[in-house]
Design a protein around this ligand. Structure first.
Ligand SMILES: Nc1ncnc2c1ncn2[C@@H]1O[C@H](COP(=O)(O)OP(=O)(O)O)[C@@H](O)[C@H]1O
Ligand SMILES: [Mg+2]
Length: 233
């Protein structure tokens, strides 16, 4: 099957006063429909930079990102916005819920970005709150939820627009182990239900071990990590 997302020969150089910093060089990546991939690597190795480029939040200085074989045009503002808001869903380490909006309203925010909210959208959001065990918290503000509950809303929000891919950047790094493990269950459960591919940047070997494939970012490019992940023997 053709990959739904590919990166070819990605390079990224950040300008810096008095020089520049090279973060990615000739970095290749490929993701199949429904596949889950873990990316690990030392702090500062460029994991967030890579994820941001794949999600259209940042622009590579070399190479291409291909969406079902078609290059993403980083100069095309409309295409980029479409990709960011509907092609992919993001989960960050910090939930980034809007503090003045309820859990339900926060879930509906990605939809609101591109069209009027329908009854179906509200139903879907309520169903997501059920799945996340927060049905009785629909009208709570983020400040009235625990850290784990806030991140549950953020996980569900990433799936709201039916993206083909969810990109998670150390999604549970900020939570205690047990809560992180339960959120992992939720993330993989929603990924299966929605048939969404997952790319998860993580320091957590247990989370990485639950993915189909494990890659390591070293020397500015991705390499297969041995001995970790479901596929490992
Ligand atoms: N906007 C930026 N400007 C300059 N340097 C940056 C910028 N973003 C990231 N970097 C640098 O790129 C490197 C990789 O950062 P990052 O992708 O955040 O790593 P990781 O997520 O693996 O910890 C770091 O050295 C960081 O300082
Ligand atoms: Mg990072």
């Amino acid at each position: 099957m053709d990959p739904i997302l590919e990166a070819k020969s990605l390079g990224k150089v950040f300008p810096r006063s008095g020089g520049q910093v090279e973060v990615l060089r000739d970095c290749h990546f490929s993701l199949s429909q429904g596949e889950s991939v873990a990316i690990t690597g030392p702090s500062g190795s460029g994991k967030s930079t890579l994820l941001n480029i794949l999600g259209g939040l940042d622009e590579p200085t070399a190479g291409q990102v291909l969406l079902k074989g078609t290059p993403l045009d980083f100069g095309d503002h409309a295409a980029l916005t479409r990709w960011r808001s509907r092609g992919v869903g993001f989960i960050f380490q910090f939930h980034f819920l809007l503090p003045d909006f309820t859990a339900l309203e926060n879930l509906l925010m990605p939809v609101r970005g591109h069209r009027r909210i329908s009854d179906q959208d509200k139903q879907r959001a309520m169903e997501f709150l059920e799945i996340t065990g927060l049905a009785d918290r629909a009208d709570h503000l983020p400040g009235e939820l625990s850290g784990g509950e806030q991140q549950r809303v953020a996980v569900a929000r990433a799936f709201m627009n039916r993206p083909g891919i969810v990109l998670a950047d150390e999604p549970f790094g900020n939570l205690d182990r047990e809560i992180g493990a339960r959120l992992g269950d939720m993330l993989f459960g929603m990924g299966r239900q929605e048939r969404t591919s997952l790319v998860i940047v993580t320091h957590d070997p247990e989370l990485a071990a639950r993915t189909d494939r494990h890659l390591q970012l070293t020397n500015m490019a991705l390499a297969t990590a041995e001995g970790i992940g479901k596929g490992a023997s």
